[in-house]
Ligand binder design. Structure first.
Ligand SMILES: NC(=O)c1ccc[n+]([C@@H]2O[C@H](COP(=O)([O-])OP(=O)(O)OC[C@H]3O[C@@H](n4cnc5c(N)ncnc54)[C@H](O)[C@@H]3O)[C@@H](O)[C@H]2O)c1
Ligand SMILES: [Zn+2]
Length: 348
């Protein structure tokens, strides 16, 4: 795939302005949601040439084809041609939806990601996966397509709610665990504070994810390492979606990483001391998710239906030591249920 610029730092918007001056799109449409319109657009707007702005309601509930239809309608009304450009200013919802809308309009026009959440900076804006939810199924309709550029301003994170920051931080932890033992060591004394400089961690995550994606863009093998924690984590996340207290993605994935680290230890892929270290760090940042034993059967059903499986077998990415992953590892029902029971017993 074509390389594209990824700019991370305090001058990201100046870099965007300079890049736009060279790119000279025939039309420019900026997509944001109500929150990023309020908090991020005022920072970005002074750096942008004339453009149209489309604001959609915030939240995953709006990551739908219906919203996408509104964006296509706005692009059509603005008479965007093939050389026009879409700027996606927002979190993963805006990036996935806006990228999908651009990547399908007139068989695909260019777009630029301006991620404003930690999750989208360290994960969603890299890797070319775009799409929308459909009939309750996450990212069910989508495409692979790279942006023309990604410009990340760490200062956007200053207005991000604490819980959203913590959610993105789980992917930072994941990237260390699957790819970089030294970074995992550095993570041990790291305590996120309101004035934390996230730039080094964003750079690290982007490096890890870009490296893995470059080696396997279509997720045929290696890229599956990025799913560590997500087999159990997605099941937990979707279970809590139907409760009065939904979890953030990162909270669910933190619980998933604990359980999948346990399965890794059970399979002899990591040692007991490594399991202890992983669990201690995750519990310190995320506490324990209250998993009702009554939900176990349903959680297993959801793991079985995971779109990452093939051949009717539940497959997970596990840890192979700290800093490496083992992909396509079959997980049995007994192992999954034992992992959940072990997780419940923690800290008692
Ligand atoms: N494409 C990929 O590879 C990939 C990877 C991971 C996640 N995702 C997708 O990303 C989405 C989740 O991303 P997310 O967590 O960024 O969600 P999000 O886009 O819904 O953002 C979370 C909330 O924060 C608000 N917000 C965003 N930036 C803000 C800021 N700077 N200040 C204040 N509020 C702000 C948003 O309006 C929203 O209410 C999911 O749909 C998921 O499927 C995609
Ligand atoms: Zn994730």
């Amino acid at each position: 795939m074509e390389p594209y610029p990824i700019h991370i730092g305090p001058d990201a918007l100046e870099a965007l302005a300079a890049w736009l001056a060279l790119r000279r799109p025939t039309g420019l449409l900026l997509l944001c949601d109500t929150e990023t319109h309020r908090y991020c657009y005022p920072l970005a707007a002074p750096h942008l040439p004339p453009h149209q702005t489309v604001v959609i309601p915030a939240g995953e509930a709006h990551k739908t084809l219906a919203t996408c239809g509104q964006v296509w309608a706005a692009m059509t009304a603005a008479e965007l041609d093939r050389q026009a450009l879409v700027l996606n200013l927002g979190g993963g919802v805006i990036g996935d939806l806006g990228g999908f809308a651009a990547g399908t309009y007139k068989r695909g026009i260019g777009f630029v990601q301006l991620p404003t959440t930690l999750l989208s900076q360290v994960d969603a804006s890299v890797g070319g996966k775009l799409g929308v939810d459909f009939q309750g199924l996450k990212n069910h309709i989508g495409i692979f397509r790279n942006p023309e550029g990604v410009f990340m301003l760490p200062d956007f994170l200053r207005t991000l709610p604490q819980r959203e920051l913590r959610s993105g931080f789980a992917e930072v932890i994941k990237h260390c665990l699957i790819a970089d033992a030294e970074a995992w060591d550095r993570l041990q004394d790291f305590r996120p504070e309101p004035d934390t400089d996230w730039a080094p961690w964003i750079r690290h995550s982007v490096e890890v994810k870009s490296r893995i994606v470059a080696a396997d863009p279509q997720e045929r093998g290696l890229r599956k390492a990025l799913n560590f924690g997500h087999t159990v984590g997605h099941a937990v996340e979707s279970w809590f979606l139907d409760t009065p207290d939904p979890l953030t993605h990162g909270e669910a994935i933190a619980a998933g990483m604990c359980c999948e680290a346990w399965i890794s230890a059970e399979r002899g892929l990591i040692g007991a001391a490594e399991l202890d270290a992983v669990t201690a760090l995750l519990l310190r940042h995320y506490g324990k998710v209250p998993l009702d034993p009554g939900a176990d059967a349903e959680l297993w059903r959801r793991m079985r239906n995971d779109k990452k499986n093939t051949g009717g077998q539940v497959q997970a990415a596990l840890l192979r030591g700290i800093g490496a992953a083992a992909t396509g590892e079959p997980v049995t029902e007994a192992q999954a249920l034992a992992a959940l029971a072990w997780y419940r017993s923690l800290g008692k």
